[in-house]
Structure formats: C-alpha cells, structure tokens
Design a protein around this ligand. Structure first.
Ligand code: GLV
Ligand code: MG
Length: 363
C-alpha cells in the first residue's frame, strides 16, 4: 500500500500532479458515438454545447476489423473540434486484456491528450486494473507534456468488479466515476436475461392470493409488480462513489424505441444518487438531460424549505410536513445541482426562475 503522503505525487517524472477533487462540470449524459463511422463523426461538432459528454467508443459495438479506423477517427475528431467549456470529450478504450488497448491509450494520450478529459475503462475487476492504467497514463502524460491529468472512469460490469467496487474507487486520485454496465454484468453473473439494461417482465413480486372460506385461491387474479433488476448494484455503486468523492452513472438502455421505460430507468438512477446516464441515440440525450436536472417544482420546494429553515438547524412545519436539519440538507443537494446546471444552461435557468408548467410533460 502507498503512503497517503505519496498519493498525490505524479506516478512518472514530468507527469501532471493528480487532482484532489473531481472537476465539477455538467455530467447528465454521456453520448456514445463510433468515431470510425463517418456519418456519426460528422454530427459530433453540432452536438458540442448541447451534450454534456461526448464519448468516442472504441470497445464493444465496434467490429474487430474497425478498431484502428475508430481510433484514428477519434484522433481526427479531437484535433478538429473545439469542445468549449461545457462539453467534455471522453473515450471508452478496449478492455485491458484485449490486443488493442495499449495502442488506444498510447495514441490518444500522446496525440490528443490535451483534448481528452476522461478515459472510460471497461470490465474493471479490481484495484490492480486501475493501478496499471494509472501508471501508464502518467508515463504517457509525461511523454506528451500534458499540463493536467487525464481522469479514469471504470465500468462496473463483472461480478468481481462489483465485489471490489470500494477498492476500485479508492485506487487512485485519477478516478472520476463509475458506470453500471448491465449487459456485460448480466452475462458475467449468469443472469438469465438477454437485454441491454432496463427491466424484465419476469422479475416481479405478486400479491398474496385472495381466500375463500380461509382457503387460498392460488390461481385467482393477483396483481404483480415488476421489480428493478439493477437496484442493488446501482445502490452499491452510489455508496462506493459517494464515499470516495466520485460520480456514479447509470449505463446503457438498449431499447431505443422504448423512451418511456428508458426515462423510468434513468429516473430511478437519478433518485438513487446517479448524476447521469449513457445515451446510445440522440433521443436519449434529451431524456437524460431532463431526468438528471432537478425539476422546477422540486427546486421551488427546496428553496422554500431552505428559506424556512433559516440557519439550517431545528424543525419547522411546512404544508403539514416536518422539515429539519436533515431534510434541509437534501434540499441543499438539489439546489446546488440546479444552480450548477443553470449556470451553464440558460433555458434551465429560466425554468428554475419561472417554474415552467410544461417541464414535467416535456419530451
Ligand atoms: C456496457 O458496456 C454494458 O455491458 O452494459
Ligand atoms: Mg460492456
């Protein structure tokens, strides 16, 4: 184990000093694109400013014989695009046991490392994976003469990764956050699903049977309620991230047409503490931005509670409900996020000022 005194020293001579805090930037949506696909690549410049994070994907969904084209495409896009203050550029590199990852990291950091905010590393299993990437990135940063460190985001998508989630989060000051990878995680856990994220109609809880003369009618109509397959993992990921000052994200929702279930899944993640989700199609960008921004109604309520609570201690009654030191802290979490997002999004700022009634129904 490294001494805490050494934790914030660069891991290579000439590499930038590690950050002490994850930079605060809008992070509601990570929009995936294939940098080797010319049609998709051409749309990237138009998305700058309206998407919080643009991610050039090199891993799964890119065919083996297109890996090099995707990497070269991302270098081109990074060089030719001005991402501005509010849109970050990330990449998802290939897995650490693949033949491509060494060239992914070497090429991207040395050629466009100054444009790259975060490297997403898939299938992270434990702290040893982060240590490997941490040292390699420091060597490459030193070679490229970078002034700020490239951060690391790990995908939680193996049973071992979930088991080791706390040590993954604490493995390096370079850690920015985690995403749930439900598709790979389902396969690794040997879950019997075939979907990319979201729920399953077979995973449910059913009401007890009605009785006639004390005898249960097992086959009577008994309402059933679908449960969230991902609740445990998201909650565990959120705790590990919060305890280590990192940002948790829900991952992909593969049924692009089902915008309703996508919104539900994203909202569950938002309520549990996630800051954002992936988008696999432009339609999901809008869903994520809406869901991961506090609603104007919640913001207005939070403001009332904060005002009513004065110095934030004690208890008051508001609309028949007790508010105290703890509920005011929840309101402050919402307000802090709302104010941060409003500072970069004038439309949102207007909605928070005016409580637009269209907000809840907007799509
Ligand atoms: C994402 O990479 C997933 O496997 O769900
Ligand atoms: Mg995956």
């Amino acid at each position: 184990m490294r001494s805490p005194k050494d934790f914030f020293r660069p891991l290579a001579v000439g590499a930038p000093t590690p950050l002490r805090e994850v930079p605060v930037r809008p992070s509601r949506v990570i929009h995936f694109f294939d940098p080797g696909n010319e049609k998709m690549a051409a749309k990237v410049p138009q998305m700058v400013g309206s998407v919080d994070i643009l991610l050039g994907n090199l891993e799964d969904a890119v065919k083996a014989d297109r890996k090099e084209a995707a990497r070269a495409g991302l270098v081109r896009i990074a060089r030719d695009t001005e991402f501005g203050e509010h849109t970050q550029l990330w990449t998802r590199v290939n897995a650490l046991d693949s033949p491509w990852v060494l060239d992914d990291l070497t090429t991207l950091v040395t050629e466009v490392g100054d444009k790259l905010d975060v490297v997403m590393v898939p299938k992270v299993e434990g702290a040893e994976d982060i240590h490997y990437v941490d040292r390699l990135l420091a060597q490459l940063e030193a070679r490229a003469g970078l002034q700020r460190p490239v951060l690391v985001h790990a995908i939680l998508e193996t049973a071992r990764g979930v088991t080791n989630v706390e040590e993954i989060c604490a493995a390096s000051p370079r850690m920015q956050g985690l995403s749930l990878g439900p598709a790979d995680l389902a396969a690794d856990r040997r879950m019997k699903t075939t979907r990319v994220g979201g729920g399953h109609p077979g995973y449910l809880v059913r009401e007890d049977p009605p009785t006639t003369d004390g005898a249960p009618e097992i086959h009577a109509h008994r309402p059933a309620h679908q449960q969230d397959l991902w609740h445990y993992t998201i909650a565990r990921m959120v705790d590990a991230c919060a305890a280590n000052g990192l940002l948790p994200f829900y991952g992909p929702f593969g049924d692009i047409a089902d915008v309703v279930a996508c919104e539900d899944q994203f909202r569950n993640a938002f309520l549990l503490g996630c800051v954002g989700a992936w988008s696999l199609h432009p339609v999901q960008v809008e869903i994520a931005k809406r869901v991961f921004s506090p609603s104007p109604e919640d913001v207005a309520h939070a403001r009332r509670v904060v005002e009513a609570m004065g110095d934030g201690t004690g208890a008051v009654m508001l609309d028949g409900k007790m508010e105290d030191d703890a509920s005011v802290k929840q309101c402050q979490v919402l307000l802090e996020l709302a104010e941060r997002l409003a500072a970069t999004d004038p439309e949102l700022a207007q909605r928070y000022a005016g409580r637009s009634p269209e907000w809840e129904g907007a799509s």
